[in-house]
Every structure is written in C-alpha cells, then in structure tokens.
Design a binder for this molecule. Structure first.
Ligand SMILES: NCC(=O)N[C@@H](Cc1c[nH]cn1)C(=O)O
Ligand SMILES: [Zn+2]
Ligand SMILES: [Zn+2]
Length: 478
C-alpha cells in the first residue's frame, strides 16, 4: 500500500476523533468583531500555536498591534507563523487560514448553540466556524498529525500563517506579510488557501479568481439632535429622506449599477471564457433550494455565474442611526450613515471606483437642493485577484482531487473577497491555489453554519494528497 493510501486509511479510522477535535475549536467563541470576545480570539490563536508546537513545528507569534473598536483600545489577535519541516531537498508550501469567526447568537435563528458543535444524522456538523474557517485550519494540523501517527514522511516543508482578524478586515496582516516576505516566508514555492466553497454540493473545485471589495459609508447629517416628526416633519430637510434617495440611485432592482463609468473598466468576456461556463456543475434548482425562495434575477445559470464571478455588483448593507427597533417611534433622525459596497472585477481600479462613486453621489446630492451635509467615506477595500489555472500548483491540486474524489474539479472564480491572496502572490512571489473544503450550502456567515462530515474528512485527505502531489510535481514547468 502506498504512503498516501496508508494516510487515507488512518484518516478514515480517526474520523470520529476528528469530529471531536472540531468540537473543541468551535467551542472557543473567537468572534473578532466583538470586543468582549477578544480574549477568546487570542486564546484560539494560542491553542493553534500550542498544538503545532507539540507536533514539532517552530512558531513565531507576531503581534499586529492595537485596534480601536467602538472606542475601546484592544490588542489585535496574534498572527501565528509556523514552519513544519525544513529539508532543503523538499518543496515548501505556505498555507494561510483564519481562526476568527463571524458573530453568532441563538436569537439570530440558530437551531442550537452556535458554539456547541452538533453532529446531525444527515452528516452536517453544525457550528460557527465549522466551515469558515476552523474546519480547514484544523484540517492542516490533522493532516500533519496523521502523517506522524502513521509514520509517513511529511512530503513537503510546510509554512503557515494563521490570523485572527479575517472577518474584521485582516487589520495589520498586509504589513506582516510584506515584512516577512524575505524573512519567514522566504523559500516558499507555492501558496494554498482553503477559505472558500465548492460551487455545488457534490463536485470539488479549484478556485483561480476572487472579486475585490470597495466599502463605503454615506453620511447625511442636518439638525443638531433627533427631532419630533409631528413638529418638524415637512419643515426641515430630513437626513433619512436624503439618504434613502441617494441609496436608491446607486443600483437598480436588476442589479445594474447606476454609477456612470463603472462598467467602462470591466474586462470584456472572451470566447475562451464563455467556454469555461459549459462544464461547471451549477444549477439554479439547487441554488433556489439553498436560497429557500426563488429570488434570482437572471433566468439562466451562465448569467448568474457571470454576475457572481466577473461583473461588478453593488449591495446596500444597512443604515446606522436610523430608527430600527420594534414599535412606532415618530422620530426624525439627525444623522444617518448608509453602508454599501461594490464587488470589483478585472480591470477595475479601486481609486477610480472611489472617484466615480463619490462624484456620482455629490452630483445626486446637489440635485436635491438639501441644506443637510453629505459625505462619502471609503472605509475599507481589497483588490480583485485572477490567476491562470494552468500553473503546476493547480495541476497538483487537480490530481489530488481526482485521487480523493475520483472526479476532475470544477475550475471556479469566487464572488467574495480574500484580499490577502494578492498580498501573498505579489510579495511572497509564489503561485496561489484556492482549495476549498466546504460545499456551496454551508451557510458561512449565516445561521446554522455547517460543514458536511464528508467534506471535512475527505478535505483532510485532500490536503494530504495535494502536498504529496506538490512533492511529485515539477514546479519549474510553470
Ligand atoms: N471567506 C471569505 C470572505 O467571506 N471574505 C469576506 C471579506 C470581507 C470583505 N469585507 C469584509 N470582509 C467577504 O465579504 O468577501
Ligand atoms: Zn473565511
Ligand atoms: Zn468569513
């Protein structure tokens, strides 16, 4: 039996133990966006470092500094850098993941406590972070542990970079990557990130593109304090009325962005690209089932995918300062802050996007003739990423998928953003492969987040198979 088969057999044998390990990490509520949970985020980073060190890895804990979260000054969670193996005759693979999670409350609609992993009869492992991104981050550790347990030589040198702020803008991480590009990350041959999802539920994929994000706040303020609508309605310019008007001008209800010039920067669809949509496994039927209702704009799968992968979109997220509680408060809010973001694609320039959006809103606001004050602020952003799926890193990933699942992977792009991907590619100067573990219906960021036990266990096998394939691949053929 080959060493990889021995590895697969041991992963199978350890299945239930691996579920228990996931239970242990899900139980640490490492919510980076919640100041009261900062200690838990740090504890999660320390847990990871300790486990890797027990296994024999060398780790470095890097402190990204401080953060001002709603007026509270907090320590940013550590970035855990690691090196497992240092054999000059082996290739070096750098893996990235995040150990923080999105907020989760039972009152959001969870069927059970989000931080207590529940194994369902249908194979779902339900818990916050199970798929995003604790399952994959733990998967790399279990892959290394299982090799050791089986007495199989680890096929590569593994470097890792695990952060605790991904769900809150990866504050401080870019600077660390740039500073360590010729330090800790020196000698990296390829990078692998497991932090996205299959296109459907049955066929694995390799991902070679991400959209960027440009996030804006649109602030409208007028009177010095909230007002009584019976006394002042109809006699003052209401900030909320101005804001609602401006937000409504940004995008139409077919998803078409109304900001002039936005589509000018978008790369045209080529014949070669058209062909790539033919073979992917994606159906509206499954998508509608996940959505629970048919709210789709487009009437065919290809257009839906194009609008997820390769066209820009604009979403309106919320309004701070508006009355939102139950009951009927007759208030005129004095200051409101609308939040929206654009997902950006090749070849959109973030600076140009901000310029176009700001000019459009300035012009629209001027048309209102309002005496309120309006301001547009870009609060955070990340650039799009696109890479060729022909690189040997992807060839190794595809071979690993075939070995574990017996099928060729879909080649996908992702509608979401992982800005750090481009930071690694540009600074570490190595090809990046996105190798997801979870399925399309995992519900990352949503209620009842899950990873299917099959994806989790086969994903751990996939990570091992990928590392063995990398060891056997001629990367110089790039
Ligand atoms: N798993 C990737 C992911 O969900 N990324 C976030 C990144 C982000 C951007 N702005 C705030 N977070 C995404 O929304 O795409
Ligand atoms: Zn994630
Ligand atoms: Zn996430």
């Amino acid at each position: 039996m080959g060493s990889l088969d021995t590895y697969f057999a041991l992963v199978e044998q350890n299945k239930q133990e691996f579920v228990e390990r996931l239970r242990e990490v899900v139980a640490i509520p490492s919510v980076s966006g919640d100041a009261s949970k900062r200690g838990e985020v740090i504890r999660m980073g320390e847990w990871l470092q300790a486990k890797w060190e027990e296994l024999g890895a060398t780790c470095k804990r890097v402190e990204p500094g401080k953060q001002n979260l709603d007026g509270e000054i907090l320590d940013l969670p550590p970035v855990i850098l690691g090196q497992y193996g240092n054999d000059p005759s082996k290739k070096t693979v750098l893996v990235y993941g995040h150990y923080d999670v999105q907020p989760a409350l039972v009152s959001d609609g969870w069927e059970s406590d989000p931080f207590t992993l529940v194994e369902k009869e249908d194979g779902r492992l339900v818990g916050r972070g199970s798929t995003d991104d604790k399952g994959p981050v733990l998967g790399w550790l279990l892959c290394a542990e299982t090799h050791k347990q089986a007495g199989i030589e680890f096929p590569v040198n593994l470097k890792f970079c695990f952060e605790g702020m991904e769900e809150s803008g990866s504050e401080g991480l870019d600077d660390i990557i740039i500073a360590e590009a010729d330090g800790w990350f020196k000698g990296t041959d390829v990078v692998c990130i497991s932090d996205n999802y299959w296109l459907g539920k049955s066929r694995p994929c390799l991902t070679h593109g991400l959209r960027g994000v440009s996030y804006f706040h649109l602030i409208v303020e007028g009177p010095g304090a909230d007002l009584h609508s019976g006394v002042f309605g109809g006699t003052v310019h209401e900030p909320m009325v101005d804001l609602v008007h401006l937000l409504s001008r940004l995008v139409d209800n077919k998803g078409r962005i109304q900001v002039p010039g936005i589509y000018d920067q978008v790369m045209a669809v080529t014949d070669a690209e058209e062909e790539t949509y033919e073979s992917v496994e994606f159906s509206h039927e499954a998508l509608v089932a996940d959505l629970k209702n048919d709210v789709l704009i487009h009437d065919n799968e290809r257009d839906t995918l194009k609008h997820r992968w390769r066209y820009p979109t604009l979403s309106i997220h919320g309004v701070e300062g508006a009355f939102h509680a139950s009951g009927d408060k007759t208030v005129i809010p004095a200051k409101v802050r609308g939040k929206f973001s654009l997902r950006t694609v090749p070849n959109m320039e973030p600076r140009k996007v901000a310029e176009l959006v700001t000019k459009f809103l300035d012009d629209e606001f001027a048309k209102l003739g309002s005496k309120n004050r309006m301001q547009v602020v870009e609060t955070h952003g990340g650039r799009w990423w696109y890479s060729s799926p022909d690189h040997p890193n992807f060839v190794a990933g595809a071979r690993a998928v075939e070995r574990v699942f017996g099928v060729k992977p879909d080649l996908t792009r992702e509608g979401g953003s992982i800005p750090v991907t481009l930071t690694f590619e540009e600074n570490v100067k190595a090809n990046v492969l996105l190798l997801p573990m979870g399925a399309a219906d995992d519900g990352a960021h949503s209620i009842n987040e899950k990873v299917d036990k099959r994806n989790y266990i086969e994903g751990i096998k996939l990570f091992g198979a990928y590392l063995h394939e990398i060891a056997a691949t001629d990367l110089a053929a790039a």
